[in-house]
Ligand binder design. Structure first.
Ligand SMILES: Cc1cc2nc3c(=O)[nH]c(=O)nc-3n(C[C@H](O)[C@H](O)[C@H](O)COP(=O)(O)OP(=O)(O)OC[C@H]3O[C@@H](n4cnc5c(N)ncnc54)[C@H](O)[C@@H]3O)c2cc1C
Length: 453
């Protein structure tokens, strides 16, 4: 068996792994990045391809350009289930061609010294004395098995979690995904029959009937091409996603030309708080594999980049202090929680609440402004649902005679605040992780029970 040594091994070159390779290519570390797919399919996974511009600005990532950029987005239109209320929320973003953008990151990282092997799969981890020390790879291009010893191994394997799931269960990064904490999502990219009206706005259709626990989207990729799809909550015994797609696609995307299909496919989206820790001894986990997706809107590309940014900083630091243990990498957790993780945890609760609402309640809530555009913006920007706003509205609703929804909203806001507090007190030392995780899990459990009432 061929044996090689690197400082860092990155497994998976989707948005998370490619961003990390790109970030770390500025260092003089010896890095190997691999993906099971061939080069020309890196980044090719089912996605709505919409990313907020702020992620690129905040993280110093290059904007998509040329073929990578399919459309500049100016905002989102959010439709109530009965289509009677439409909220327009302005905000800059991009509809990208994901494979082209991700392959550019990989190419640039490669030119700056990151070695890349395509058609290469991490088969199993190498674990020694409770530390990850690399992986056994199989390269389909050369038919070789390769033993890679690395100081830090990064799992960027997406929703498959195919590397970290093979670690001994004592590693806290082996946390599994409950089916109900994931959406099954499917999308098609097609040309349209006519020019799309307002094609710089993404459309989101909230509907429990046509996408229970998720939503339908219609994301234009220019004036005559669109990405259309839906997500539904997993583990609920709903009919198949294809059944929903075929039944409702003409309603939500009446202008598509089904004879001009560009691509189609589905995948799983984690919709929960992040892994309790994204690092442990000799290992870091980023992107979907670390559950970094926004629980409410299911966007995970921006937060995959955030996790890569935080892990890149922690890895650089770990090499400076020569400590590749959980402790040496711990700053990755602090960085990620501060930038996104705490908000994600509070949105995990909000998502659970939203998934229990009926279409009638959503229609009513949006029409009567029980919850408003600004609340939604605040919640999605910071994970805060302002109690004061909810309380003010409470009076209005009491007068209108439908207090239960608002009462629930108030309770949700309280729990969201509680969970954010817990994240503010994330342990500074790995030895306190389990105790902290148990307190988060018990708040979630309690919240689920409150929601059942
Ligand atoms: C239908 C759908 C629509 C979505 N819409 C949006 C959207 O509009 N905006 C948004 O931001 N997010 C969206 N998301 C979520 C987004 O696609 C993901 O969060 C994001 O792509 C995750 O990137 P990643 O790098 O973590 O994982 P992935 O892109 O899945 O990359 C993982 C890579 O690891 C490789 N790999 C896996 N196991 C191994 C192994 N053992 N050895 C070697 N390689 C391995 C895979 O081949 C793959 O290339 C959507 C998801 C779905 C399913």
């Amino acid at each position: 068996m061929k044996k090689v040594e690197y400082d860092v091994l990155i497994i998976g070159l989707g948005m998370a792994g490619a961003s990390l390779a790109w970030k770390l290519s500025n260092t003089n570390l010896r890095i190997l990045a691999i993906d099971s797919k061939p080069w020309n399919r890196f980044g090719d996974k089912p996605c709505g391809d919409a990313i907020s511009k702020e992620h690129f600005d905040n993280l110093g990532m290059p904007y998509p350009e040329g073929k990578e950029l399919e459309e500049k987005v100016e905002g989102i239109k959010l439709y109530s289930p009965d289509m009677k209320t439409v909220w327009t929320v302005k905000g800059e973003g991009f509809e990208i061609d994901s494979p082209t953008y991700i392959q550019r990151l990989a190419n640039e990282a490669n030119k700056r010294g990151v070695e890349i092997l395509d058609l290469t799969t991490a088969m199993k981890p190498i674990v020694n004395n409770g530390k990850v020390e690399g992986a056994i790879l199989f390269n389909r291009r050369t038919n070789e098995t390769i033993e890679v010893r690395s100081k830090i191994t990064v799992d960027a394997t997406g929703y498959s979690m195919s590397f970290r799931s093979k670690l001994p269960f004592e590693f806290p990064v082996t946390e599994t995904l409950d089916d109900k904490d994931a959406d099954i999502a499917y999308r098609e990219v097609l040309y349209t029959k006519d020019e799309i009206e307002d094609y710089k706005y993404l459309r989101i259709f909230i509907t429990q009937k046509a996408s229970p626990g998720g939503y339908w989207w219609y994301f234009p990729k220019g004036p005559n091409k669109t990405n259309v799809g839906l997500g539904i909550q997993g583990g609920m015994g709903y009919p198949s996603i294809h059944e929903f797609y075929n039944k409702y696609v003409d309603y939500y995307a009446p202008d598509i030309d089904k004879n001009r299909l560009v691509v189609k496919g589905g995948a799983l989206v984690p919709t929960r708080r992040p892994l309790a820790t994204i690092v442990w001894d000799g290992i870091a986990v980023i992107g979907d594999s670390a559950f970094t997706v926004n629980p409410v809107h299911g966007g995970g590309k921006g937060s995959a980049m955030i996790s890569a940014f935080c892990v890149a900083k922690a890895i650089t630091n770990a090499f400076e202090i020569e400590d590749f243990s959980a402790k040496g990498l711990w700053s990755a957790n602090e960085c990620y929680i501060e930038r996104y993780g705490a908000k994600q945890a509070s949105l995990d609760l909000f998502r659970r609440f939203l998934q229990k609402l009926s279409d009638d309640e959503i229609n009513y809530g949006m029409a009567k402004r029980v919850i408003r555009e600004e609340d939604l913006l605040e919640a999605s920007a910071n994970g805060d649902l302002q109690l004061s706003v909810a309380e003010k509205a409470m009076r209005v609703i009491m007068a209108l005679g439908k207090p239960s929804l608002l009462f629930k909203l108030k309770t949700v806001a309280e729990y969201m605040k509680r969970v954010k507090e817990l994240y503010k007190n994330f342990p500074t030392d790995p030895s306190n992780l389990i105790k902290w995780k148990n307190s988060v899990d018990s708040v979630i459990l309690e919240f689920n029970q409150v929601l059942q009432k």
